[in-house]
Design a binder for this molecule. Structure first.
Ligand code: AMP
Length: 577
């Protein structure tokens, strides 16, 4: 049961100024107005702006949204866009007027995009020009969308069949560049982000102004020297992924410079971007840093400004953390959280006595310790809280003012995701040691995470069993040196039928997003099942892991990441043939 809140017996005499997102950009424009916002695009000159200009343009956008598009508080305005200054303006222009910024991941499969837009009932979609061809074929399936705004100037508007397409610069032109933002109840919804679920249907996480500001304060207090007015931040994490881990709010709060890099960066271009803008803090999934590391090693490079890397979204390999910390003198902070948790819950900042080499690396390899504001417990299958002894494992449950209390208009998912006593079930299995270090050990949810993006194993299996010769299929994520995980599909042939792995892959081609394609299709006579008749993914993973274990030892002894990845694949191919 959740305890009821009661009215205060004696109310404090402090101002009840609401915690609202518009105050962040007002603060940044006033106190850090000259601090730069840089957008880099391959082949184009860098676009340089600052907080004062971003606020002015967010104000113009806010007026245009209300007066030209008739957007009212509570209505959803979607973005389908990469990291740019204009996308940042949408963060403030949309949420600032009490409307909801719905950030959509352009890498999703068409059917998922259509589901999300329709479920959110987005009225308008603001999209990057290069993504126009992605939405054009979908537009007919999006009945609630009244118009599309392409994030460009009038001259750059591509010819398009998108109904009512308008250039962003034309939309905002002529509107006043100042605004008195409306005073909002701080519990007003501010942004919406869908995350992949075990059932296959994405689930909407609806953030509030209050939750966002409290999360930002907590981050500001915990990044230590990482973020401040002398900091230059490059979020590799996309603005459509859990609000880019909060960085578009943290940077204006702290007066940090923001650098938005090209989304299709290879490691050489990322290194160049970090150096050119003298970036001190960058954040992203381990895949990005592993590839950057390989580039540094190959070309014998060093950083001239980078001090801190924020890593999350998947487990970061120890070898990677060690290389950055020891060889490149860059601090690594591994963080754990999820879209539902805004996302920060634990930060990998070791206690003083552990913050010395070599043990520092071990402490940094785990997911870190809890931020103030987040309550965390681990529970076993029977729902019993487990001790923090470093041995007992359990599913992580969290609660707090920036943790989702349910999913947007999805009672079923809410009932599954929130316990009766008001905690969020995370689906991550962890141990917590007596010093409070959380270590993620396993994942209970049936999804695969590759390069920081979710792959729904259920969606993959559903497509596979449509193959005329497949009786049953099960997809699991297996560890991968660069992508954290890659999907492997086990398929059982129908009685009396032969199954060719290549034919199954060919069948999947075109029916799933390219990067969902299983690295291997393994044909098996039968799949392990649980007592309730479900495929036991855990057993499957264990069986697969056992088969891989011996070769992983050989691979580990190789030491270099490229060699490792190559051998890993060779061995895996042998195994599946
Ligand atoms: P998302 O909602 O896409 O941000 O994904 C959240 C999920 O990513 C978590 O529930 C974990 O399964 C995984 N994850 C996030 N951070 C870490 C981490 N530091 N180590 C291991 N897994 C992580």
């Amino acid at each position: 049961m959740i305890a009821e809140k009661s009215a205060p017996v004696l109310a404090g005499l402090m101002m009840d100024r609401s915690l609202q997102i518009s105050r962040l950009i007002d603060h940044a424009a006033l106190w850090h107005g000259d601090v730069e916002i840089v957008t880099q695009r391959t082949g184009l000159p860098d676009q340089r702006s600052n907080y004062r200009q971003v606020r002015a343009r967010s104000a113009q956008l806010a007026h245009a949204l209300r007066q030209r598009l008739g957007v009212a508080a509570g209505e959803r305005v979607a973005t389908f866009a990469w990291n740019t200054q204009r996308h940042l303006e949408l963060y403030y222009g949309v949420s600032g007027i009490g409307a909801v910024l719905h950030t959509i991941n352009p890498r999703l499969f068409a059917a998922q995009i259509a589901y999300i837009v329709n479920h959110a009932r987005d009225r308008f979609i603001f999209l990057d020009a290069d993504l126009v061809p992605v939405l054009e074929p979908l537009a007919a399936q999006l009945p609630h969308v009244e118009g599309y705004v392409v994030l460009c100037a009038e001259n750059d508007l591509p010819p398009t069949s998108l109904p009512g397409a308008l250039a962003y610069e034309t939309l905002i032109a002529g509107f006043p560049d100042d605004i008195v933002w409306p005073e909002l109840d701080e519990r007003t919804a501010s942004s919406l982000c869908y995350t992949s679920g075990t059932t296959g249907n994405p689930k909407g996480v609806l953030y509030a102004h209050r939750s966002t500001l409290l999360h930002t304060f907590a981050q500001a207090a915990s990044w230590q020297a990482g973020a401040g007015s002398q900091t230059s931040i490059l979020p590799v994490v996309p603005l459509f992924h859990a609000n880019a881990w909060g960085l578009p709010y943290l940077a204006p709060m702290q007066g940090s410079k923001l650098v938005f890099a090209d989304p299709h960066l290879d490691p050489a271009a990322l290194y160049d971007a970090l150096e050119r803008e003298q970036v001190t803090l960058s954040c992203g999934v381990p895949t990005i840093w592993l590839r950057l590391l390989e580039h540094l090693e190959r070309n014998d490079l060093r950083f001239s400004s980078l001090k801190l890397l924020g890593v999350g979204g998947a487990a970061a390999p120890r070898s990677m953390i060690e290389a950055f910390e020891v060889k490149y003198d860059v601090r690594v902070m591994n963080a754990w959280g999820m879209t539902e948790t805004s996302p920060a819950c634990t930060f990998g900042i070791p206690k003083a006595e552990h913050d010395v080499l070599p043990q520092r690396i071990d402490y940094k390899t785990c997911a870190g310790r809890c931020l103030f504001g987040v309550e965390l417990r681990i529970v076993d299958d029977a729902g019993v809280a487990q001790p923090f002894d470093g041995v007992a494992q359990g599913e992580i449950h969290v609660r707090g003012p920036w943790i989702a209390s349910g999913y947007f208009e999805d009672e079923e998912a809410t009932a599954r995701g929130i316990t009766a006593d008001g905690w969020l079930r995370t689906g991550d299995i962890a141990t917590v040691d007596p010093d409070g270090y959380v270590a993620i050990r396993d994942r209970a949810k049936d999804v695969i995470k590759s390069g920081g993006e979710w792959i729904s194993s259920i969606d993959l299996e559903n497509v596979a069993v449509a193959h005329p010769d497949v009786a049953e299929a099960a997809a699991i994520g297996v560890p991968h040196p660069t992508w954290s995980e890659r999907p492997v599909l086990f398929a059982v042939p129908k009685a009396g039928r032969e199954l060719d792995p290549a034919a199954v892959r060919a069948f999947l081609d075109g029916k799933i997003a390219k990067w969902w394609m299983p690295d291997e299709v393994i044909v098996v006579a039968e799949l392990p099942h649980t007592a309730t008749g479900k495929v036991s993914k855990r057993t499957l993973r264990e069986q697969h892991a056992a088969a891989l274990a011996s070769m992983e030892e050989t691979v580990d002894s190789l030491g270099d990441e490229v060699g490792k990845a190559k051998l890993y694949f060779e061995k895996r191919r042998e195994l599946s043939s």
